[in-house]
Ligand binder design. Structure first.
Ligand SMILES: Cc1cc2nc3c(=O)[nH]c(=O)nc-3n(C[C@H](O)[C@H](O)[C@H](O)COP(=O)(O)OP(=O)(O)OC[C@H]3O[C@@H](n4cnc5c(N)ncnc54)[C@H](O)[C@@H]3O)c2cc1C
Length: 372
């Protein structure tokens, strides 16, 4: 008889955990409080973003995650685009740092510095004025997260016989059981994968290890005449955001320059990225507000700053904003990259991927679940 496991939450971490446990032979049931997942996993760019991951274990996990995404998309026909990514240099300092990164990364990844002419061959989105060149990476891919997170349960049910119970909010957890109000459900193993909401089940653990992070996002209208951007695009501000770029010797100097030039952007934790979905719509963000400074209200100034920065960087065909929203994730206060924690015997919390759940969860969780 296979043993029973319960997974709480049907975001990307819950879905990754359910898949990994089923691969290990567990009989898995996923409980999701909403009618479909509505958390961070449907609010993101859909970027699978290895370039943001440090070399070594994290990069390998990102690449394993990407290969699982590709396999799922091959089996199901879900949309995925291996778009690659392009960081554009708009100053001499950004150029120096990106050239260093191109040199270092090219030893182990399909990443290198390219000229403005080579950029124009990849995409006609980047503005050529003051363009010094860019950092090209072939590793990145895009999925349409709001569709794929909605549809993955059907795939997992058919492929692994995983059972999904939506509109079932878990109200209490202990070794060997979960509660839905007064109803007790028994299980041999329980995984808590409910994103930023795990503070309601384990408030003390949340407070000890995590802070919340809120991001603001926008979507632009489907671009006319089926125009495609090509690679996902970022600017120099992203160099200050991802830890993987810290290997560049000139980064600290660049950060000083960026801070002098863009103080408002640093105040709101803004770096600017854009991806394009299967419909031709553009997903744009983002800002980062942390902990107690998080307000429930979105700030129009943040969206203005993001759009202003982007207008310097690229030419789109239509800049009409059709949606704005925000999302929250739980971020490890010590800067860690995953939280795989036994809260009580056989009750595990799987969290802590921060801004990289789409990039890391499938591969990392598969690795963590090998012990069960
Ligand atoms: C705006 C934004 C942009 C991002 N962009 C990217 C990106 O492009 N690439 C990338 O790799 N990462 C990105 N991230 C990070 C990524 O989205 C997160 O790391 C990931 O979605 C976290 O997944 P999760 O399953 O832990 O949480 P969630 O997606 O929040 O899922 C948790 C689920 O648990 C359910 N739940 C909560 N409480 C209960 C309960 N008591 N009982 C039952 N169910 C419950 C919720 O309804 C929810 O569906 C972004 C995040 C945000 C917010």
């Amino acid at each position: 008889m296979p043993k029973n496991a319960i997974v709480i939450g049907a975001g990307i971490v819950g879905l990754s955990t359910a898949r990994a446990l089923a691969e290990q032979g567990w009989q898995v049931t996923v409980y999701e409080r909403s009618e479909t997942a509505k958390g961070a996993s449907i609010r993101n760019f859909g970027m699978i973003w290895p370039i943001g991951q440090k070399s070594g274990k994290q990069y390998e996990r990102a690449m394993r995650t990407k290969s699982i995404w590709k396999q799922i998309c091959q089996e199901t026909g879900y949309w995925i685009e291996e778009s690659g990514s392009l960081h554009l240099a708009k100053s001499e300092e950004e150029k120096v740092t990106m050239q260093e990164l191109g040199e270092i990364f090219s030893k182990e990844r399909p990443v290198h510095w390219i000229s403005p002419v080579q950029i124009a061959q990849l995409s006609d989105a980047p503005r050529q004025d003051n363009l010094y060149g860019g950092l090209w990476s072939a590793d990145e891919a895009i999925v349409e997260s709001r569709l794929i997170i909605r549809d993955l349960p059907t795939y997992l049910q058919e492929r692994y016989s995983i059972k999904f119970l939506f509109q079932h909010a878990i109200t209490n957890v202990g070794t060997g059981f979960v509660h839905i109000n007064n109803k007790r459900i028994d299980a041999d193993l329980i995984f808590i994968c409910n994103g930023a909401d795990f503070e309601t089940l384990y408030p003390a653990i949340f407070k000890k290890y995590f802070i919340k992070c809120k991001l603001q996002m926008m979507r632009l209208v489907e671009q006319p005449a089926k125009w495609r951007m090509g690679p996902s695009i970022c600017g120099g501000l992203s160099l200050a955001h991802y830890k993987s770029f810290e290997i560049a010797p000139s980064l600290s100097l660049l950060k000083e320059r960026l801070y002098e030039k863009y103080p408002d952007y640093f105040d709101y934790g803004i770096h600017v990225m854009v991806s394009q979905n299967h419909l031709g719509q553009l997903t744009i963000g983002d800002s980062h507000e942390y902990g107690d400074s998080i307000e429930p209200f979105d700030k129009s100034i943040v969206n203005e700053l993001v759009l202003n920065y982007l207008k310097d960087l690229v030419n789109f065909r239509d800049w009409s904003v059709i949606q704005t929203w925000n999302g929250e994730y739980a971020k490890l206060s010590n800067g860690g990259t995953e939280f795989f924690y036994e809260a009580e015997p056989n009750v595990w919390i799987m969290n802590g991927f921060g801004g990289a759940g789409m990039t890391l969860a499938l591969g990392t969780v598969e690795e963590c679940c090998q012990q069960f």
